[in-house]
Design a protein around this ligand. Structure first.
Ligand SMILES: [Zn+2]
Length: 232
């Protein structure tokens, strides 16, 4: 006989990356867990443990936002874009205003299923729950914030947009936490993507105003100027 080629599974096939580009930019179908709000399984299980620990101290951890798809983020982007343009802001001013708090679709850490916005709903849910004032000295969630500072990292949850002096990009968000054991690997993979190409080819509202300089600044400040514990 001779000449027969034995094909062994896996050989010659490029090993798949751990995270696909689609799931890193919110266009994938990650396996998510949980009722009410969804996260990747390990993050969700760790959140449940943190919630239980908080409960024992009299806090009720309530999640305002967790996984968001590209489509969802694009809805937020377009709503704010139209809203700010209607007040007379230029395209550049509109973009700068949106990215004080909101991400450009395709660049949100909420796309990863590892990040979430948490408040304490013990005293009810205020109409503007994601507002720094609640977490500051004298605020209704001050004690909760101090508890989070002491305990969240024990469960793997790290603050992303800290109050560190000189930090650029998104403003301080005392509510936004990331499940580090997973998100650190996702950021590693995300950094290998061609962000410029992704943003310029997505044709989202206003993307014709994304200059090369803008994208470089956005990448260095909004995506990468975060809590250093989440970088490596
Ligand atoms: Zn958030």
């Amino acid at each position: 006989m001779g000449g027969m080629i034995l094909i062994s599974p896996g050989l010659g096939i490029k090993l798949q990356d751990e995270f696909s580009e689609a799931e890193l930019i919110g266009k994938g179908k990650p396996e998510l867990f949980g009722d009410g709000f969804r996260l990747r399984e390990e993050a969700r299980l760790q959140f449940n443990l943190m919630k239980k620990a908080g409960k024992e101290q009299g806090f009720n951890l309530f999640v305002i936002s967790s996984y968001r798809s590209y489509q969802h983020q694009n809805g937020i982007w377009e709503r704010k874009y139209k809203q700010y343009r209607a007040t007379g802001l230029s395209h550049q001013q509109t973009i700068e205003k949106i990215i004080e708090y909101s991400t450009i679709p395709g660049t949100s850490r909420h796309h990863w299923g590892t990040d979430l916005d948490i408040i304490d709903s013990t005293k009810g849910i205020p109409s503007n729950p994601l507002s720094e004032v609640h977490f500051n000295e004298g605020g209704r969630m001050r004690k909760f914030k101090l508890w989070l500072d002491e305990n969240a990292e024990k469960f793997g949850f790290y603050l992303v947009y800290t109050k560190a002096a000189g930090r650029k990009g998104f403003v301080y968000e005392p509510w936004h936490f990331s499940y580090r054991p997973l998100s650190i690997k996702m950021l590693e993979a995300y950094k290998k993507l061609d962000i410029k190409n992704i943003l310029q080819s997505n044709k989202l509202m206003g993307s014709e105003h994304f200059t090369d300089e803008f994208i470089e600044k956005y990448t260095n400040e909004n995506i990468l100027d975060i809590n250093p514990s989440l970088l490596y």
